[in-house]
Design a protein around this ligand. Structure first.
Ligand code: IPE
Ligand code: IPE
Ligand code: MG
Length: 259
């Protein structure tokens, strides 16, 4: 089945293949939490002599497709790296565009997310987000808070090192105020102070575009996550690629240090 998926990813039949592969994959263990570093939008646009924004826009459609599939597969949480704390270094015009994308995405797809029982969440430093971005995401969080299906968790102005520092500061404050005893601090306490406190650690991390690095994404949470890299650029990422990542995950032997 795996080779079958590989051969057909570029063919017109790829959506038919995805449907039959999906049934097979659903017989195996579905990762509960999948995290994705959605990379390669700029290169996708460059290859077509288009502005980088065209790549970001195309990437948004892929978010919709993969969210829908993850929900159908019964994935519990899908965390998508949408904007890092380092991405502010980009030209203002690109940052402004990226900050408008959540609004556009939600204006188009929020009714569908509500209908499909998806819960929208956002993690990251919200203080620096423009007001229009924040109000769009807050509306989506509110409108989907009673849903019980897939958690669609956008990492927006997220950086793992900032997250860890914030957690340490809060722990220190709570210790000072005697809400927490220093001897109590263990892995689970630190996890509770992170932005992912309501989620279990990712089982599978996908990064597109051929870069083999984490770029400050979930450094604590990825300690035992299965990593899966592909050269496919995010706007080209298809259902068959997502299914391939899960099929490969299902072949891995997770030992967590045991035997
Ligand atoms: C990922 O695509 C999207 C964001 C980081 C916001 P890039 O914009 O990084 O695309 P490349 O890596 O330059 O091709
Ligand atoms: C990581 O991609 C951040 C997101 C996908 C949002 P980058 O394109 O910013 O990462 P680097 O700079 O190549 O490491
Ligand atoms: Mg990139």
């Amino acid at each position: 089945m795996l080779n079958f998926l590989k051969r057909t990813r570029d063919s017109k039949k790829s959506s038919d293949t995805a449907i039959s592969a999906k049934d097979d994959i659903m017989k195996g263990t579905i990762p509960s939490h999948i995290a994705i570093i959605m990379d390669g939008n700029g290169r996708w646009a460059n290859k077509r002599s288009l502005p980088r924004m065209a790549g970001h826009h195309e990437g948004m459609k892929v978010v919709r497709k993969i969210t829908k599939l993850a929900n159908e597969l019964g994935v519990q949480a899908l965390t998508l790296y949408a904007f890092s704390t380092e991405n502010w270094k980009r030209p203002k015009i690109e940052v402004d565009f990226l900050m408008k994308l959540p609004e556009e995405f939600l204006a188009t797809y929020l009714p569908e997310l509500v209908e499909k029982n998806v819960q929208v969440r956002v993690m990251g430093d919200k203080d620096r987000l423009p007001r229009h971005t924040l109000s769009a995401v807050n509306k989506a969080i509110k409108e989907t808070e009673k849903n019980t299906g897939l958690i669609l968790n956008f990492a927006l102005n997220y950086g793992s090192r900032t997250e860890i520092i914030q957690a340490i500061k809060k722990i220190a404050d709570d210790a000072k105020e005697h809400k927490l005893n220093i001897d109590q601090i263990d892995e689970s306490v630190l996890s509770d102070y992170l932005m992912t406190n309501a989620l279990q650690d990712p089982d599978l991390l996908i990064r597109t575009s051929g870069e083999i690095r984490l770029s400050n994404f979930m450094l604590w949470q990825l300690a035992y996550t299965e990593l899966w890299f592909t050269d496919v650029l995010w706007p080209d990422f298809k259902e068959v690629d997502f299914l391939q990542a899960i099929a490969d995950y299902q072949q891995r032997g997770r030992r967590f240090g045991g035997i």
